[in-house]
Structures are given as structure tokens and as C-alpha cells.
Design a protein around this ligand. Structure first.
Ligand SMILES: [Fe+2]
Ligand SMILES: [Fe+2]
Length: 390
């Protein structure tokens, strides 16, 4: 028996356990053979995340006509240098997309603050640009989330959360339409903050309990603002209202628990938490990516659904792209790639040698095939421009 995510369903698979929708209605019975991928969309609509397949009964290729033997296709495994080159190429466009998206969020929030109309066509165009880049190379935009713009925190936070959620959703869901709507919800998730007095939002010191109670109203304000603007898409409104609910019921505003929390909102919730941890605020330092990942991991099954945390970590890596690490040899390297099956052994580029000298040009190496291992994360450096390193 094998658990298969919807995006990995293939024609010929044999369903081993009954599949039911979120309201308990049986959609597929055991023994069902997948004969068309149309079923994937139906399962997605019914809130199903995965199916259990019987590998022994599944057909390799489901076909009514005998397959004519074809020569095996040559699969080209990209070399570390090719992977780095692809990242470098996408980074140029990703940087433009990133700053344009931040500008868009700034304009949207300003418009809403002055009671103007929310331009959904601009939102759609923005998330489509972000998804485009994620589809070409998710690591380009992900690396940019590490470069924090302290002055534009709220706007950049929305873009970062959108990048995490889009990359995450693209791995989990088959339908582009669903991914785009999650992306729209993620970009707009904090729009209710325009209704919170700016002296509280911009407060330099820690918030009092009373102030925090006011902040906690932003998901409700956000949903109200959306509905006032005639935006009723349930994916967007659920994300906006429920991105601070916790799996254990300790979140806000509705104290929902476990499966009661909309799964799209749960995706944004993890993305939001990770970005908030890794961002410096006037009242708290930034937590380095790897420490943030371990904090997130400790929250699995508590604050967040365990399976979603696992997927999230596979999305952004244990050593995120652009983070710096110290190797056992004493060298310092930048992470420039990773494979989700080998998260502990990323692709790296050495920037400082064992004597402490800067290395201007070095090869990209995979730690899977190297004698060197990771000792620690480097925490005291500003984010770097990967484009210059690669
Ligand atoms: Fe929020
Ligand atoms: Fe947020």
C-alpha cells in the first residue's frame, strides 16, 4: 500500500482504500482503477489530499492497445553547475517580479486605507507573474525572501508569504486555478491590517495585551473588507479569516481546531509563521532560517498539521537557498540548490576557504558526493545577492 498525493496520481493506479469527501460521502471504492486524470480535479474539489493505492494491483501503463516497445528515453540529470546556472538565469526576472509585487501590495494597502476599490485584476496579474517564476525555478523567488526590507515590512511580508504559499501549493495541487486562488489569498492575507491604527502596527516596542487584542481583529477586518469589495471566493476569504487559527485550537479569531481549519488557510498560516520568525522587528531579532525550520518542526502536530509542516520543509529546504553554512573543513558556503530527497546535503558554492580568504570563483558542489559535511549555520551575516555569487 502506498499513500499517493493527488498530483502524483497516474492512470492505471489501483485504489486500495475508500476515498471520501470532507463531508463523508464516498467518492471512490476500493478496487477502482484510475482510467482518466479527470478524477484528480473531482478529488481536489471534494477536499481530498491523497489516496491509498495498491501497488501490486496497479498497472504500469493503462492502455487498451498493446504498447509498442520504444527505446528507453535518455534522462539527462542536470549537473550541479547546470542547476546553479538555471537558478542564476531565473533570478534576473524573479528580482523584477519580486519588487513589482511589493509595489503592488503597497498600492493595494494604500488604496484600501483611503477607501478606494481593490483592483483584483492587478492582484491576479501579480500572482500570475509570481507563479510563472515559481514554475520555471521556485528557488529563485524563494532565495529573495531572505533579503528582508525592514522599512517595507508589511508589504514584503505579504509577498514572501505569497511566494512560500504558491511554491507549497504548486507541489500539492494539480489544478492551476486552485494554486492561483491560494496565491491571491496569500498576497491579500493581511489586508485587514489597514483597519488597525498605525501607531499599533508600527509600534517599535513589544505590544501590550490590549494592543495585541486589537491586532487579533485583522483577520475579521480582512474578510469584511473583501466582502465589501464583492470578493466572495471562499479560498480567498477563508485564507484571510483563518490564517491565524492553530491546529490545537489556540489560534484566533474563531479558535478552530484540526480539520475544522480550511487547508488553504493552513498553508498560508505556516508560510506566515515562518516569514515572521525569519524577519527582524524592532522588538525581536530575526531567527536564522535553519533555526526557524526547527522551531516550525517542533510545532508540527501542535500549532500546525504535521503533514503540512513536512511538505513545507520539503518546499523550502532544511538549509534554504541563499543561507550560509560552515563546513567541517572550515570553509563557508552558500546554499544554491537542494533536492527534496536529500535535504541534509544541498548544493553549495564555497565563498570563504579554510584559511578565511574570500573565494571569488569556485565550482558548485553537491554535498551528497562530498567528504565535507555541514557543521553549522552562519547567523551573523546580512543576506547576500545570489546573482553575484553564482
Ligand atoms: Fe495575519
Ligand atoms: Fe501575516
Amino acid at each position: 500500500m502506498k499513500k499517493v498525493l493527488l498530483k502524483d496520481i497516474k492512470i492505471g493506479m489501483n485504489i486500495a482504500e475508500p476515498v471520501s469527501s470532507s463531508n463523508g460521502e464516498i467518492i471512490l471504492n476500493p478496487g477502482y482503477y484510475v482510467t482518466s486524470l479527470d478524477i484528480v480535479g473531482k478529488l481536489e474539489d471534494a477536499g481530498v489530499e491523497y489516496v491509498i493505492c495498491d501497488e501490486t494491483k496497479s498497472l504500469d501503463t493503462f492502455s487498451f492497445t498493446p504498447e509498442i516497445e520504444k527505446p528507453p528515453k535518455e534522462i539527462h540529470e542536470p549537473t550541479p553547475a547546470e542547476i546553479a546556472q538555471e537558478l542564476k538565469e531565473e533570478l534576473v526576472q524573479a528580482k523584477k517580479t519580486f519588487s513589482k509585487s511589493t509595489e503592488v501590495v503597497k498600492n493595494i494597502m494604500t488604496d484600501l486605507r483611503f477607501g478606494k476599490e481593490l483592483k483584483m485584476d492587478v492582484v491576479k496579474e501579480t500572482v500570475s507573474g509570481l507563479l510563472d517564476s515559481v514554475s520555471k525555478n521556485p528557488h529563485a523567488l524563494l532565495s529573495l525572501t531572505l533579503i528582508k526590507d525592514y522599512d517595507n515590512y508589511t508589504y514584503q511580508h505579504s509577498v514572501n508569504v505569497c511566494i512560500f504559499a504558491t511554491t507549497f501549493a504548486q507541489k500539492l495541487f494539480h489544478k492551476k486555478d486552485i494554486v492561483l486562488r491560494i496565491s491571491e489569498g496569500a498576497l491579500l492575507h493581511d489586508l485587514g491590517k489597514v483597519k488597525i491604527p498605525s501607531h499599533i502596527i508600527n509600534k517599535k516596542s513589544r505590544l501590550t495585551n490590549e494592543e495585541f487584542d486589537i491586532i487579533k481583529k485583522h483577520p475579521i477586518y480582512g474578510e469584511m473588507l473583501l466582502k465589501k469589495q464583492n470578493i466572495f471566493d471562499p479560498i480567498i476569504t477563508e485564507i484571510t479569516r483563518h490564517h491565524h487559527e492553530d491546529y490545537n485550537g489556540n489560534g484566533y479569531p474563531d479558535k478552530l481546531k484540526g480539520k475544522e481549519i480550511n487547508k488553504y488557510a493552513a498553508i498560508v498560516s505556516i508560510s506566515d509563521f515562518y516569514d515572521a520568525l525569519t524577519t527582524k522587528r524592532s522588538y525581536k531579532p530575526a531567527i536564522p532560517p535553519q533555526q526557524a525550520i526547527s522551531i516550525l518542526y517542533r510545532q508540527a502536530g501542535q500549532k500546525f498539521d504535521f503533514r503540512l509542516v513536512n511538505h513545507f520543509i520539503k518546499t523550502i529546504g532544511i538549509y534554504p537557498i541563499g543561507s550560509r553554512i560552515k563546513l567541517a573543513s572550515g570553509k563557508i558556503a552558500v546554499v544554491v540548490g537542494f533536492d527534496e530527497t536529500e535535504l541534509l546535503y544541498p548544493l553549495v558554492k564555497i565563498i570563504i576557504d579554510e584559511q578565511g580568504n574570500k573565494v571569488s570563483s569556485s565550482k558548485v558542489i553537491s554535498l551528497v558526493n562530498s567528504d565535507d559535511t555541514i557543521l553549522d549555520e552562519i547567523v551573523d551575516l546580512e543576506a547576500i545577492d545570489l546573482e553575484k555569487i553564482l
